[in-house]
Design a protein around this ligand. Structure first.
Ligand code: ZN
Length: 131
C-alpha cells in the first residue's frame, strides 16, 4: 500500500491528486487491475469529478456548504459536524480501473481529495491490485 500525505490549506478544499495517485500506481508492478484510493479520516473524503473548469469543485463546495451549514444545532462537541456529514455524503474511497499501468478516467475526470475541516496534514492511501 502507498501512503501519501496531503497538506490542505483551507477549511474546505478540493485538491486534484490524480498525478500523485498515478505516480503511486507507477511505483507498483501492476499494469492491469484496479486501484483503490482511501481517505482514513472522518472529516475528509475523496471523489471523482471534472478537472477542466475550476468552477466545478468551487460550486460543489459552495453547495455542500449551503446544504450542510457549519452553524446549525449540532450536538457534537468538537464543532465540526458539518465536516463529518459532508464526509459521509462524499465518501471515503474510490475505485479506478487500471490499463497498461494507467488510471482509466474519463476525459474531464480527476481524483479530488476533499478537505472539510482543514487546514491539516492528511493521509491518502492507495492500494493497487492486479488482475
Ligand atoms: Zn468531530
Amino acid at each position: 500500500m502507498h501512503r501519501l500525505t496531503v497538506k490542505t490549506g483551507q477549511r474546505t478544499e478540493m485538491l486534484d491528486v490524480t498525478d500523485r495517485v498515478q505516480n503511486a500506481v507507477a511505483k507498483s508492478s501492476v499494469k492491469n487491475g484496479i486501484c483503490c484510493v482511501f481517505v482514513p479520516h472522518t472529516t475528509a473524503a475523496v471523489t471523482i469529478n471534472e478537472n477542466a473548469d475550476p468552477d466545478v469543485p468551487r460550486d460543489i463546495l459552495m453547495k455542500l456548504g449551503k446544504v450542510i451549514p457549519p452553524d446549525t444545532d449540532y450536538r457534537h462537541m468538537e464543532g465540526n459536524s458539518d465536516a463529518h456529514i459532508k464526509t459521509s455524503l462524499v465518501g471515503s474511497s474510490e475505485t479506478i480501473i487500471l490499463e497498461d499501468g494507467k488510471l482509466v478516467l474519463g476525459t474531464w475526470q480527476s481524483i479530488f481529495f476533499c478537505e472539510f475541516d482543514g487546514p491539516r496534514s492528511r493521509k491518502l492511501w492507495v492500494k493497487v491490485i492486479g488482475d
